[in-house]
Design a binder for this molecule. Structure first.
Ligand SMILES: [Zn+2]
Length: 407
C-alpha cells in the first residue's frame, strides 16, 4: 500500500547500516552486501523495477545472490525483471504460501484487477493483474515456520508470521541488528481489514508485533513508510501496534460472545485515547471498523444477522418500494440533499444521505437527478473519509453514478 513516494531530491538508496541499503518508494526494498553477494528483501512493483534496479546498482555491483519476498503482493514480489535482464540469477526464497498466492492470482486475475482499480481509483481496463506463468517470479526455496539462511557467513533469520497476509516473512539480521519486516509495519494503522480482499490476521499480527518489539532491532526497514532507527523507538512502534490490534480483536470477540448484531459491534468500537494519538496508528489506509468486520468474518459466517437479508428481495425492488412509499424518487433525492446541506452536517447525516441516494439510483437508474445526487452524496463521503480503502470505494460510487448503466 502507498503511504509515500520518494521526493525528487531524495537519495534513491540510503545506507542505513554498513553495507545495508534502504530503497524508499511506493514499496520499500532492502539490500544487504555480503561476502557472497547481495541479499535483497522484496523487489517492488513491476512498474518500479527499473528505478529500484538503478538505485541498488548506484551503490553496489555485487551479484544478486538471494532475494527474499516478505509476501507475494504485487507491490513486493514483481519488480525483479530489471535484475534478471541485466544477468543476475538469484535464488528466490519465500514462505510456501507465496506460490499458493500466485496460483490464486492467476485464477482470479479479473476480480483482483477490478477490486484494486476501485481501491486505488484507476481504470480497471488499464490495470493488468498478473495471470500468466511468466508474470510470476516463482520461489526456488520455500519454508513453513522458520528458515536461517547463511549468506557470506552471515545469518539471515526468516520467520513466518500472518498479518496482512497468510504468506508473510520477516527477516532479522542479528549481526547488524537490522529488521526487514515487510508489511508487518506500514507506518499507519495496519492493513488488517480490507473490505474487498481476502482474510487478514489481526490476532496473529498482534502476536508478531510483540515478538518484533522484543528483538532489540536498532534499524527497522518496513515494507512501506520511512525506515526507523533506535531500539526504544522500534520497540514502542510494535508495542502500540500490538495493543491497537489486540483492543479491536478483543472488543469484537466480546461482542460476538454477547450476541450483539455485527453492526452494533462495529459501532461500539472504542480505540483507547493513547493509541488514537499515535502517529503510526492513524486510519489513513485501513480503519478499525474494517478490522472488526474481518474478525467477525474469521469467527462467523457471512450472514449479517438481519433475517430479511438472508434471502433478500432484489436491491432494486426494495428501492422502488421505498421510493413509492416516500412519494417518488425525487423525495429521496430531496431528503438526501437536505442532509448533505445541513450546516453542522454530521457523519450520521452523511451515512444516511448515501443510503437515500443509493435507493434513488436503484429505483430510477436513468434519472439524471438521482445520479447527480449519488455523485454529491458519495463525493462528500469520499472527501470526509480518512482511509484510502473507504475513499476508493466511495470514489468508485461517484464514477458509477456518472452515466446511465447502458451508456
Ligand atoms: Zn505492501
Amino acid at each position: 500500500m502507498p503511504t509515500r513516494a520518494p521526493a525528487p531530491s531524495e537519495p534513491t538508496a540510503l545506507e542505513v547500516a554498513p553495507g545495508t541499503w534502504f530503497v524508499p518508494g511506493w514499496v520499500n526494498v532492502a539490500a544487504f552486501a555480503t561476502a557472497d553477494g547481495l541479499v535483497l528483501v522484496d523487489a517492488g512493483l513491476a512498474g518500479d523495477a527499473r528505478r529500484i534496479h538503478a538505485a541498488v546498482r548506484s551503490v553496489t555491483d555485487l551479484p544478486l545472490h538471494t532475494v527474499v519476498f516478505t509476501h507475494g503482493h504485487v507491490d513486493h514480489a514483481f519488480g525483479l525483471r530489471a535484475f534478471l535482464e541485466a544477468g543476475d540469477r538469484p535464488r528466490i526464497v519465500a514462505h510456501t504460501g507465496v506460490a499458493d498466492r500466485f496460483r490464486r492470482y492467476a485464477r482470479t486475475a479479473g476480480y483482483n484487477a477490478r477490486i484494486n482499480a476501485v481501491q486505488f481509483g484507476v481504470d480497471p481496463e488499464a490495470l493488468r493483474w498478473p495471470s500468466a506463468d511468466a508474470d510470476f517470479a516463482w520461489p526456488d526455496v520455500t519454508y513453513t515456520d522458520a528458515l536461517d539462511l547463511v549468506v557470506g557467513g552471515e545469518t539471515f533469520c526468516l520467520r513466518h508470521a500472518r498479518g496482512e497476509t497468510d504468506d508473510g516473512t520477516w527477516v532479522w539480521v542479528p549481526d547488524r541488528r537490522v529488521l526487514a519486516c515487510g508489511d508487518l509495519f506500514i507506518g499507519v494503522a495496519p492493513n488488517a481489514g480490507n473490505p474487498q480482499k481476502v482474510q487478514r490476521y489481526p490476532e496473529e499480527w498482534a502476536d508478531a508485533s510483540e515478538t518484533l518489539a522484543g528483538l532489540g532491532a536498532e534499524v527497522l526497514l518496513p515494507g512501506h513508510s520511512d525506515h526507523r532507527t533506535g531500539a526504544a523507538t522500534i520497540r514502542h512502534l510494535f508495542t502500540v501496534q500490538a495493543e491497537y490490534l489486540r483492543s479491536i480483536v478483543e472488543q469484537t470477540i466480546a461482542g460476538l460472545n454477547a450476541g450483539l448484531p455485527h453492526d452494533a459491534i462495529v459501532a461500539a468500537l472504542e480505540i483507547p485515547a493513547h493509541l488514537l494519538a499515535e502517529p503510526t496508528l492513524q486510519p489513513l489506509y485501513d480503519r478499525p471498523e474494517f478490522i472488526a468486520r474481518n474478525v467477525i468474518r474469521k469467527y462467523g459466517g457471512w450472514w449479517n444477522g438481519s433475517p430479511a437479508d438472508l434471502l433478500p428481495a432484489p436491491a432494486d425492488a426494495r428501492a422502488r418500494e421505498i421510493a413509492a412509499l416516500a412519494g417518488g424518487t425525487a423525495a429521496l433525492v430531496a431528503r438526501a440533499r437536505t442532509l448533505l446541506a445541513t450546516d453542522d452536517r454530521s457523519d450520521a447525516d452523511l451515512r444516511l444521505a448515501c443510503h437515500l441516494a443509493e435507493w434513488a439510483v436503484l429505483a430510477a437508474p436513468d434519472d439524471p437527478d438521482a445520479r447527480a445526487c449519488a455523485r454529491e452524496a458519495f463525493g462528500a463521503r469520499a472527501a470526509a473519509e480518512s482511509s484510502l480503502m473507504g475513499r476508493g470505494i466511495f470514489g468508485a460510487a461517484v464514477r458509477a453514478a456518472g452515466a446511465p448503466p447502458d451508456a
